[in-house]
Write a protein that binds this ligand. Structure first.
Ligand code: C2E
Ligand code: CA
Ligand code: CA
Length: 654
């Protein structure tokens, strides 16, 4: 009765059958009423009334069954086979009723009524072939039950007229069985095909979702550590912040940066470094509390977002996390540990947006690492103001040259013995909105944001042009100019060209120019520095090592560099009475051995000047002699001081 259909196929068959139940029952009732009431005869009236009442009753039950099916077919416990059985029963009852009516009525009906009944039956049988095609059994039974008994009755009737109809009925019945059977097969195939398609779609969906998962893994997960990567974390963090906003809850963002990872990576190799990152990631993950997000931000940086966490809780948690990360690891039978510095920023206290929170946590980490690594620190107002100020300066610095906000001032450097001016150090000044910004502040920003080259070129041009005008342009009498150059600019391939063009544009003699580079060059590309020092010296420009002793100095580099002058850092002159003197003495001794002349800068008092002179320091610079002065005051200053002589001018003692 159900073939070997699946449950879903049976569901479809039941749906097809029931979907035309109401219209089918309506048509049957309408036709039956027509047959019953169109041909009135007192003989058959009571039969007809009983019959039509019974049919009504059956139809009502079928309509009830329809309503029941409609309600239950989406149910979990719905059984399509049972529904089909009920449907078949209802249909069989109806068709038996119709068949019985015909067989009974033929005896009493005249030719016209007989013809109308036969026509009606044929129409019903024809319609049923398609309406019942969802179940082959009922599709075939319906025309057979409807037509076969009627045809037999007609054939056996004494009326010849009816006999003919009987024969036609047999033929029609056979045809209808064929048609119904074909229609049922066709519907069956259509149902099977539809379900095959659904299967196919489900299969494809599964495949697509598997592939989506792989793509998700690839684009959201850091392959080394298995943690979220940057973009996935940003997405999750933004969602989390939205939730925090609507719940009025807080969030702490931790920026964790391993201490000294680069060194381990460089010395022990990348395999080792990767393993260390993996293990650190595992440790961070192990330490997570509920609802915390974590990612590898890049390199040796990890971010953790802690929900419902205030400043103190975040600091406590971060401190413990650092301790956990810093426990020794065992690698191939040797122990190794790595620390981590953590910066914390809070939502909503410090920032509302994900990228700002990360930036602030990064800043806090950076500030803390510079002060003392392996400690957690929270972002604070001062850091915020610092960032804002740096931003303001960065934005304005780009237009500082074109807006004529930059100028040079000049501070004399004197011969320690004769106090004659031998040179001026050119110092840059920036006036923004009537406020002087210290170069100690803005040079770093210019370096960070790629503005140092244009500013540095301007400084060189300006300083050379001004120096060329000193002493009425008489360069045989005029002092030298000592220009500070950032190491970033000094190492540029075109630096020598820049110097050459500053000299040729200003017509300043190359021996009147000194280039000051800080000792941080020792950490840079030594070969490049050395090459440029040689090239400058070859064209007659002198090189001075600034702030000597303030950072890590390497005597061998000082020796190899063979520059011309060492400027002892101001710190040592300031602390000349507290141990500074011994260091100045030592520097002087080294300088003598390596053939450098020595400048002491930051000389503020008569006593300092006296002590430095006694030590045999060659040149002195500082407020004691003069503060840096505006360019147009230099000539008057020179006129009022000792006239320099050629043999005391600042140069190497070779
Ligand atoms: P620096 O090269 O060590 O310059 C000397 C600094 O010491 C100058 O500060 C100067 O005004 C100050 N100074 C001089 N004598 C005394 C003194 O007796 N006592 C005290 N307390 N300070 C004294 P300034 O002009 O603020 O420059 C600060 C730093 O900015 C410079 O340190 C230099 O590193 C950088 N800088 C200045 N101008 C330029 C420039 O044109 N290019 C580059 N790249 N850096 C520059
Ligand atoms: Ca300097
Ligand atoms: Ca200096």
């Amino acid at each position: 009765m159900f073939g070997n259909r699946t449950d879903t196929e049976n569901e479809d068959a039941a749906s097809l059958l029931y979907s035309s139940l109401v219209s089918g029952a309506g048509v049957t009732i309408f036709i039956s009423m027509y047959l019953v009431f169109n041909f009135q005869s007192p003989q058959t009236l009571s039969f007809k009334l009983i019959w039509i009442s019974l049919l009504f009753f059956i139809t009502l039950i079928r309509l009830g069954d329809y309503l029941y099916w409609k309600r239950s077919h989406t149910d979990r416990h719905y059984r399509p086979k049972k529904a089909i059985l009920r449907y078949i029963t209802g249909t069989l009852l109806t068709v038996f009723m119709l068949a019985f009516y015909c067989v009974y009525m033929f005896r009493y009906s005249n030719d016209i009524e007989t013809s109308v009944i036969i026509l009606t039956l044929s129409a019903l049988a024809g319609g049923a072939a398609s309406v019942l095609s969802a179940n082959k059994l009922i599709a075939i039974l319906y025309p057979v039950i409807l037509i076969l008994p009627a045809s037999i009755a007609l054939y056996l009737s004494p009326s010849e007229y009816q006999n003919n109809f009987g024969v036609l009925g047999f033929i029609f019945c056979t045809v209808m069985v064929g048609v119904a059977s074909k229609a049922a097969d066709f519907t069956s195939q259509a149902i099977a095909l539809k379900n095959e398609n659904i299967d196919l779609i489900n299969h494809m969906e599964e495949k697509v979702s598997r592939r989506t998962e792989t793509i998700y893994q690839l684009s959201n997960i850091d392959p080394l550590t298995g943690l979220y990567n940057r973009s996935a974390f940003m997405q999750k963090l933004a969602q989390q912040l939205k939730r925090c906003k609507s719940n009025n809850s807080s969030l702490a963002l931790l920026f964790i940066d391993l201490d000294g990872f680069k060194k381990i990576n460089d010395t022990l190799g990348h395999r080792f470094g990767d393993e260390l990152l993996k293990r650190t990631a595992t440790r961070i993950e192990q330490y997570l509390v509920d609802k915390q997000l974590v990612c590898r931000w890049g390199g040796d940086e990890f971010l953790v977002a802690c929900i419902d966490t205030d400043e103190q809780q975040a600091l406590d948690y971060a401190t413990k996390l650092i301790e956990h990360i810093s426990l020794p690891y065992n690698f191939e039978n040797s122990n190794l540990s790595i620390g981590a510095t953590t910066g914390i920023a809070l939502f909503p206290k410090h920032a509302q947006l994900a990228d700002l929170l990360i930036q602030y946590a990064d800043t806090a980490m950076y500030v803390q690492k510079k002060a003392q690594p392996n400690i957690a620190r929270c972002f604070d107002q001062a850091m915020g103001e610092q960032i804002q100020r740096e931003h303001l300066l960065k934005v304005n610095l780009a237009g500082a040259i074109s807006n004529n906000q930059l100028r040079m001032v000049y501070q004399p450097i004197v011969n320690a013995q004769t106090e004659a001016v031998v040179a001026f150090e050119a110092l840059l000044r920036w006036k923004l909105n009537d406020k002087e910004i210290s170069p100690a502040e803005f040079i770093g920003i210019a370096e960070q944001h790629g503005l140092i080259n244009s500013i540095g070129n301007w400084v060189l041009q300006q300083s050379c042009a001004t120096a060329a005008t000193w002493c009425g342009g008489n360069q045989s009498l005029s002092p030298q100019v000592s220009v500070n150059v950032s190491i970033l600019q000094f190492n540029n391939d075109d630096f020598i060209e820049v110097v050459n063009s500053a000299l040729s544009d200003s017509k300043l003699s190359s021996d009147k120019l000194i280039v000051e580079i800080t000792e941080s060059i020792f950490a840079e590309n030594k070969q490049k520095v050395l090459q440029h020092v040689r090239q400058l010296q070859a064209i007659g420009v002198k090189v001075s090592i600034d702030d000597f002793g303030s950072e890590y100095s390497s005597l061998s580099v000082v020796q190899n560099l063979a520059a011309d002058t060492i400027k002892i850092d101001r710190e040592f002159i300031m602390s000349i009475d507290n141990g500074g003197l011994a260091i100045i003495e030592a520097v002087k001794e080294i300088a003598d051995k390596l053939n450098y002349s020595v400048i002491a800068e930051g000389v503020e008092t008569y006593e300092q000047a006296g002590l430095l002179k006694n030590l045999g320091i060659d040149m002195l610079q500082g407020y004691y002699y003069s503060k840096p002065m505006e360019a147009d005051l230099v000539d008057a200053y020179l006129a009022s001081t000792t006239v320099i002589s050629q043999n005391t001018k600042l140069e190497a003692r070779s």
